[in-house]
Design a protein around this ligand. Sequence first.
Ligand code: 13P
Length: 336
Amino acid sequence: MSIDQLAETAQAMVAPGKGIIAIDESNNTIKKRFDGVGIECTEDNRRAYRQMLLTTPGLNEHISGAILYDETLRQKSSDGVPFTQIMMAKGIIPGIKVDKGPQPLAGFPGEVVTEGLDGLRERLKEYAQLGARFAKWRAVINIGEDIPSGTCIEANSHMLARYAALCQEAGIVPMVEPEVLMDGDHDIDICYEVTEVTLRSLFAALYDQNVMLEGTILKASMVVSGKSCPDQAGVEEVAELTMRCLKSTVPATLPGIVFLSGGQSDFDATAHLNAMNQLGAKPWPLSFSYGRAMQSAALKLWSADLVGKVAEAQQTVFARARDNGLAALGEWRPAA
Ligand code: 13P
């Protein structure tokens, strides 16, 4: 796979007015989401839920790609059509989560490092054969008393960069996701500092590992106040600080940046993205790769009657895709 093909995929992922739906929850994470709405976490319920999401009418108008979990990449719709085939027929690019999740970082209490490099080269080969054209690896940076440490940031950047190099070798676009968590009572300036150091470290590591930025997508967390900080920054401040932080750390050669929603409300996730896209010229398209902020409302509806509420749930998915697609253009207006 040439760099041109990787670049083409990366650019298609952030096509104007389009973003990504993240439906790559591991079986443990989707169980937590299902528990929240009283649904049993069986393979068939997971399949039916993902089928509801992926067959949303008109989804491809605002969605360029979907990140799947290993199990989902191999699943088929109730009438036997592989999910990847349904996606490709609609021009929705299949992506795959390849990390094995965060584990405690030995010697650094309260910090984690994401694992999953062992055997990744072979797994990527298989994922490419199954139709995946991009991948995701999420690193988690916690903010707290005396954390994050430089060691934690560097260990995660190193893993992200080695993952990214392996993806490109397999012809898969790496989405690199260093998530600075919103948990904590820190203010927005602390989040800014941690995000800045994290992104500097990540791009240095990508450079060291010969990763081609033209064929890479950054999945970033926004610069926000800690969830339990008494002083919550407003939409304009979040947009301005996030943009400033990204502009000072992310090379212009990157084809695009997408955001995670990280526990923000649906409204905030859309409003923040919209406000950033209204701030004027920027070196890269800014779009979304939301999980919860794309799915929460639909999950609630669907769970009320797994079969009877499919159409209603899909209308919600479509509405979230449309709103976030407009926000990716800076053209979203909140409902009056
Ligand atoms: P959230 O938007 O729910 O944070 O999920 C996005 C994601 O894929 C995290 O890795």
